[in-house]
Design a protein around this ligand. Structure first.
Ligand code: ATP
Length: 273
């Protein structure tokens, strides 16, 4: 099969989280190395927060996990990313496999504004080449909007444009769109940075609700958010022009209350970055 193969919707279980493991991941933009041999285990059904100052490679690391990094012209990658023990970069693996299994939500809510709420959710299927009948689509739309914590707010106006929703609702619509292909991992790149505090809380509640059903990896600059939503944290740093790497990782409680490295202690206390 090719990358554009049409796949049936039924071959993906709805809520079985998968473990992800990065092994010695390095990344470059042209001649500029931005990550050096980063290893991290992201356990199934847990929330992993990637924290650290701006420019240390958190978003790049996130994009290597579902092979989005390789779409950027001049970008190069080294290392392995194991999804349930299988390398997503193995030559026989299709790019669309990684996209279907490992969904992504971006910083700025990016629904298709003129498209209906219903079609926005279904667009998740089309983007990854998944085929579904009308009935399957109806079920998936309800299931995905429910899991994203938006169903009750929009069930009576599924034909209204996605762009008419509030910013926070739009972000939950984007979460629903990502969930529509039933990924087993969800990557979130600062999903609340464009949202007001109330909408941020709602998205955080959604993350809490999805816990156990899906593995989540979230980049956040908000230390309170990392403390509230994550089970484990990885602290990234790129010192003095060197490529980014993980200084320390561990259970969130430990990272905030008794970090091993002084730089982690300074960062989580807000003394730099
Ligand atoms: N498309 C790109 N082309 C070239 N360089 C890039 C590109 N994207 C990121 N970089 C560079 O890679 C390095 C890491 O960037 P990245 O966005 O991964 O860091 P980050 O820790 O996520 O930062 P922030 O917290 O500000 O989002 C930076 O030096 C950045 O300038």
């Amino acid at each position: 099969m090719t990358d554009t193969a049409v796949l049936p919707v039924t071959d993906a279980p709805a809520t079985v989280p998968a473990a992800l493991e990065a092994r010695a991941v390095s990344a470059w933009f042209g001649g500029h190395q931005v990550l050096s041999r980063v290893s991290l285990t992201m356990p199934a059904g847990r929330v992993t927060a990637l924290i650290g100052p701006s420019g240390c490679g958190k978003s790049t690391f996130l994009r290597t996990l579902n092979r989005m990094h390789e779409l950027i012209p001049g970008a190069a990658f080294g290392g392995e990313v194991l999804f349930e023990g299988e390398d997503v970069y193995a030559p026989e693996r299709r790019l669309t496999d990684a996209r279907r299994r490992i969904g992504m939500v971006f910083q700025k809510p990016n629904p298709f504004p003129a498209m209906s709420i219903y079609d926005n959710v279904v667009a998740g299927l089309k983007l990854t080449g998944v085929r579904a009948s009308r009935r399957e689509k109806d079920e998936l739309v309800e299931e995905s909007l429910t899991r994203a914590g938006l169903w009750k707010e929009v069930r009576d106006r599924l034909r209204r444009p996605g762009g008419a929703l509030s910013g926070g609702q739009q972000q939950r619509l984007c979460i629903a769109r990502a969930l529509a292909v039933r990924p087993r991992v969800l990557l979130m790149d600062e999903p609340c940075s464009a949202l007001d505090p109330t909408s941020t809380r709602r998205v955080e509640e959604t993350i809490q609700d999805l816990r156990d059903q899906i593995t989540i990896v979230i980049v956040t600059h908000n230390m309170q958010q990392a403390a509230r939503v994550s089970d484990q944290c990885a602290f990234f740093l790129a010192e003095q022009g060197t490529p980014g790497g993980i200084v320390e990782h561990g259970p969130t409680e430990q990272m905030f209350n008794s970090p091993a490295d002084e730089r982690t202690a300074d960062y989580v206390a807000g003394r730099f970055g």
